[in-house]
Design a protein around this ligand. Structure first.
Ligand code: SF4
Length: 329
């Protein structure tokens, strides 16, 4: 799989694409995405990430200093205070070799009061947890863990080398740190890992850490597991209530944890239906797409046959949250 390095010199802006850079959804939470690469192949992955991906033939890795410059600009525009930096990814953030450096530099930006991040835990070293713990601002790690059963955990990671004991040990280590809050984040695949979820609930009770059970969702490009049922939200919350009674613990997360305040958005530069010329810069994330640049934003162009370095006339068809999708004209 080809990895596109995104540097200042590439001329690719860090806003406009969903898969890398910054996503500002108009609140005090900023999503910051440094890589799309993942080392696992979870068979239910909502982004179809990992080495066996059928949808993606391209991955992206962003230069950290370039990313930091963009974060500073966006934070300043949004008012320069009370911002949570969410270091997330459509893959595994810790794959990026400079991930800890990114966290440290983000923590130094004035106006960022907290960092949250997600990880599958497989590449995380204890020394890195020590470094994060001493970063100076509160951190929350959302750790993906879908079963405590050895074989089921391997199956759900899509990787024979996945060792759940290593992840549980890491969870305990993270949880022992003063400045890091641990949140176990299992995906419930109804009919498949019901027992595994029960065990993770017990683990969260033992560690006295947060747990946020996630609903299995099916999207156009996500990986689907035939064995897992696709249920309604009503049924999902009903099951959470059942588990709450069975395990005598709260499973519906306190909404305050994920409730963010509205905040000025970084400005959009193109309207829907607007026709612009985009300079073609890189292959897109999904087959048939290309990434173009217009008006200081990335634009993902569907069914684009133009070579890199050329210019394409495109019509913007989506611009929600400053993420641009266009059709070639
Ligand atoms: S760890 Fe996350 S991003 Fe990677 S394959 Fe699994 S679900 Fe997808």
């Amino acid at each position: 799989m080809e990895t596109i390095k995104i540097t200042r010199e590439s001329g690719i802006p860090l806003m406009g694409a969903i898969q890398f850079g910054i996503i500002d959804r108009g609140t005090n939470l900023l999503q910051i995405r440094a890589t799309t690469i993942c080392n696992l192949n979870c068979p239910f992955c909502s982004t179809d990430a990992g080495p066996n991906s059928k949808t993606h033939k391209t991955t992206y890795s962003v230069d950290i200093d370039y990313l930091i410059d963009w974060v500073k600009e966006v934070v300043k525009y949004k008012g320069g205070k009370n911002i949570e930096a969410n270091l997330d990814s459509v893959g595994e953030p810790f794959v990026h070799k400079d991930f800890i450096e990114l966290a440290k530099k983000v923590a130094d930006i004035e106006g960022i009061y907290k960092i949250s991040m997600q990880s599958n835990g497989t590449l995380v070293k204890k020394e890195q947890i020590d470094e994060l713990d001493s970063i100076g601002i509160p951190i929350r790690i959302n750790l993906s863990i879908h079963s405590t059963d050895k074989e089921e955990a391997k199956e759900l990671a899509g990787n024979e080398n996945y060792e759940i004991t290593q992840i549980v040990e890491l969870a305990k280590y993270i949880n022992s740190k003063k400045n890091i809050e641990l949140l176990l984040a299992p995906v419930w695949l109804p009919g498949l890992n019901d027992k595994g979820i029960g065990n993770i609930v017990e683990l969260a009770k033992e560690l006295k850490c947060l747990i946020g059970i996630q609903k299995y969702e099916i999207y156009k490009y996500s990986r689907k597991m035939k064995k897992a049922k696709n249920i309604t939200f009503w049924k999902f919350y009903k099951k959470l209530e059942e588990w709450e009674k069975e395990h005598n613990t709260q499973l519906k997360l306190d909404p305050k944890i994920f409730k963010f305040e509205k905040m000025t958005r970084f400005p959009k530069t193109m309207d829907v239906n607007q026709k612009v010329y985009a300079e073609i810069k890189a292959p897109g994330w999904i087959k048939g797409q290309m990434i173009g640049v217009a008006n200081q934003r990335c634009v993902t162009i569907n069914k684009c046959n133009k070579p890199i370095g050329s210019t394409a006339k495109v019509k913007i068809v989506q611009n929600k949250n400053n993420i641009y999708l266009a059709n070639q004209l």
